[in-house]
Design a protein around this ligand. Structure first.
Ligand code: ZN
Length: 412
């Protein structure tokens, strides 16, 4: 059974495009470790040992408090302050090495996949004797981790904080307590690297290959000229390393974000401050709306990144970063193809209902183009789809079934 078959079985569904190339696992090893840990070993370790108390998309502070309390003494857990609505914000420090790395997740409250991967990392460090890479990271690095920087947004399942401020545009003004707290930790900890952990919508993919963007990265610019400063070069090397390690699994599913400079963004500010900063974006694996499969890849990407940061220099060519494609907004959740109106897409809106995230199909009458791809594709030949979607979906968030002109009933 090859890797793709394993993943398809796990998803219990058909993957409509080739996501994986054949993998010769023997070849892919983390380098520079005393005893090498293969990526396959790491993935298998994760499948068994991930933090099972965190699942799905709705991850908030009350879910993680118990897990933080139960961490063993080698984890230094500190309540660093409070959000606008007085929810606690914690940091977790672990490791004894000299490379200092600051990681924060859920700066956008509804981007929780990377938080799950961080708790998987805590499990890894609690069982560090099991794989040499975990031990090596702990002896080479000291990690300061903020699992949920925006606990109010996490509770309400919103991108913004309780004052409706996007914390990732508040790096200069620092108008919010969460922004002040991150800045204080940054100044106090003085990291050698920053990992800025986010999640991206289902809309991203690659027009050339028609594949979705499952993971994406950015070495933020440090100035308007997008210069490759020393710090930015080092960020590019980390991402190039992640790409090299994960591309056997996600050969056509790793992308870059646009590197336009915005000093109000946290990554750009830290990069301008000469701290190599890496933006991680957890994306959409087909049918994995809970993002449990993406979580595995985020975990692997963080471990690969840490492996590369264990030494302050890296021999990997930053040009490899520049060869990673920039992704585009070219995907929708469901694409009705070949209808009398052409190809028409609908997008799910994530809605918090009774402690659960619902995916509500929403139709916008905006034109979709022929370059649009769908995570799910439905043949709508001969159907007047726009009229049907307008009648059935606009203003009706509870509709989950559609009957097409030809009598087929589609579950959304
Ligand atoms: Zn984000």
């Amino acid at each position: 059974m090859n890797n793709r078959e394993v993943i398809c079985l796990q998803m219990n569904t058909y993957v409509p495009y080739v996501l994986f190339t054949n993998v010769n696992f023997i070849k892919f090893n983390f380098v520079n470790t005393k005893k090498e840990t293969s990526l396959e070993t790491l993935l298998n370790w994760h499948k068994i040992n991930y933090e099972k108390q965190l699942f799905g998309r709705y991850i908030h502070v009350s879910l993680i408090l118990k897990l933080l309390e139960n961490l063993p003494p080698e984890f230094e857990v500190i309540q660093r302050g409070f959000s606008v609505e007085k929810r606690p914000i914690h940091s977790v420090t672990i490791g004894t090495g000299k490379t200092k790395i600051l990681l924060w997740s859920q700066m956008h409250g509804n981007e929780s996949t990377t938080t799950k991967a961080l708790f998987d990392l805590f499990k890894a460090f609690q069982n560090s004797s099991e794989l040499s890479i975990f031990k090596d990271i702990l002896s080479s690095c000291t990690l300061c981790i903020i699992p949920i920087l925006n606990p109010d947004g996490a509770a309400a399942y919103t991108r913004v904080n309780a004052n409706s401020i996007d914390l990732n545009r508040d790096a200069q003004h620092k108008s919010q307590p969460e922004s002040v707290l991150l800045w204080e930790i940054y100044k106090e900890f003085a990291p050698n690297f920053c990992f800025n952990l986010h999640g991206q919508r289902t809309i991203f993919g690659f027009e050339d290959t028609g594949t979705p963007s499952i993971l994406s990265f950015l070495a933020p610019s440090a100035d308007a000229e997008r210069s490759i400063t020393l710090s930015r070069k080092r960020s590019m090397q980390v991402i190039a390393h992640i790409h090299k390690e994960l591309s056997p699994y996600l050969s056509e599913n790793i992308g870059l974000y646009d590197d336009g400079f915005n000093i109000h963004c946290t990554g750009d500010t830290f990069q301008a401050n000469k701290t190599p900063t890496i933006l991680f974006e957890a994306g959409h694996f087909p049918n994995d709306y809970d993002r449990e499969i993406t979580r595995q890849y985020v975990f692997m990407a963080i471990v690969a990144a840490l492996e590369n940061t264990m030494s302050t220099t890296s021999s990997i060519d930053e040009q490899l970063y520049l060869s990673i494609p920039v992704h585009q907004k070219c995907y929708c959740d469901i694409l009705f193809k070949n209808s009398l109106d052409g190809d028409v897409g609908i997008q799910f809106v994530e809605k918090l209902t009774r402690n659960n995230i619902e995916f509500v199909p929403e139709f916008s009458s905006e034109e979709t183009t022929s370059s649009m791809f769908g995570h799910r594709v439905i043949d709508a030949s001969g159907v007047e789809i726009k009229k049907l979607l307008s009648e059935k979906l606009i203003g009706k968030p509870d509709i989950r079934h559609l009957t097409l002109d030809d009598g087929r009933t589609i579950t959304l």
